[in-house]
Ligand binder design. Structure first.
Ligand code: 6PG
Length: 257
């Protein structure tokens, strides 16, 4: 079986990283539409992808991408109203999707205002509605992830149960000294993706990044280690500050500094 192909690219700063992320997202979208007639992406929240989202609302992506064939989901969402500043959907829509011709019906948001459990059930129904024949859940062409300084990704937090068999999970965690009522897709769905991109910038992510990529395998403690799409591509786009604790070489990894 094809194993995961893992590539790490190190950039001087956020601007260069965001441009590379936008280009990679765009080329993956074009390849998916050419091959299968549609492109399914799951976006992340957080501050890191904001600059990339802003770029993708403008030239050359605005005129070049097949927006009508691109479907947008989220890997996770906070349980807040859709117009809340904390909403990952609201960030992507305000900065990006409201400025490009994506049909409303191509945007599948997690309805966090329903509360974690109802929102998770509703989102599982939405996922099933667009799954390819023979699959329980959609196979994403691309999933975008961030990395928390504690090693979380999406809303899979350290110590959370390593779920299997379910597509979405209601999350009630304590994060950054406040309750994090969220909904997250699970590794069950993430790992059927064709490609995943992690973005990480800043020195505060250096320890989590180094441990996730080179530390002992502890997926409960370091949830980003749960993400390894079988036969998929994994890209880590990081800046020099986040990469500061990485070794010069990592076995089996394509490393571009
Ligand atoms: C969220 C994200 C979360 C995020 C990390 C990194 O909804 O917050 O899904 O997993 O990617 O917490 O966040 P920053 O990009 O803000 O550092």
């Amino acid at each position: 079986m094809k194993t995961d192909k893992l590539t790490i690219q190190v950039f001087p700063g956020s601007a260069e990283l965001s441009r590379a992320a936008a280009d990679l997202f765009a080329s993956t979208a074009q390849a998916a539409v050419s091959a299968r007639g549609r492109f399914l992406a799951a976006l992340s929240g957080g501050s890191t992808p904001r600059a990339m989202f802003d770029m993708m609302a403008k030239s050359p992506y605005l005129e070049r991408l097949p927006w009508g064939k691109m479907l947008f989901f989220w890997g996770d969402e906070r349980c807040v109203p859709s117009d809340d500043a904390e909403s990952s959907y609201n960030q992507a829509r305000t900065v990006w999707l409201a400025h490009v011709p994506v049909p409303e019906g191509n945007i599948f948001r997690i309805k966090g205002e329903l509360g974690p459990h109802a929102a998770a059930e509703d989102y599982a129904r939405q996922l099933k509605s667009v799954a390819e024949a023979g699959l329980d859940w959609p196979r994403f062409d691309l999933v975008l992830f961030g990395l928390g300084a504690d090693g979380h990704t999406a809303s899979l937090f350290p110590g959370s149960a390593d779920t299997s068999g379910v597509a979405t999970v209601a999350v009630t965690a304590h994060y950054q000294d406040r309750p994090a009522n969220r909904v997250s897709l699970t590794p069950e769905v993430f790992n059927s993706a064709r490609s995943v991109i992690f973005l990480a910038t800043g020195a505060e992510k250096a320890q989590a990044l180094a441990t996730t990529l080179t530390g002992a395998r502890e997926p409960v403690k370091y949830p980003a280690q749960r993400i390894h799409p079988a036969g998929g591509n994994i890209w880590w786009l990081v800046d020099t500050a986040a990469a500061s604790l990485l070794p010069e070489k990592i076995d089996g990894v394509v490393f571009h500094r």
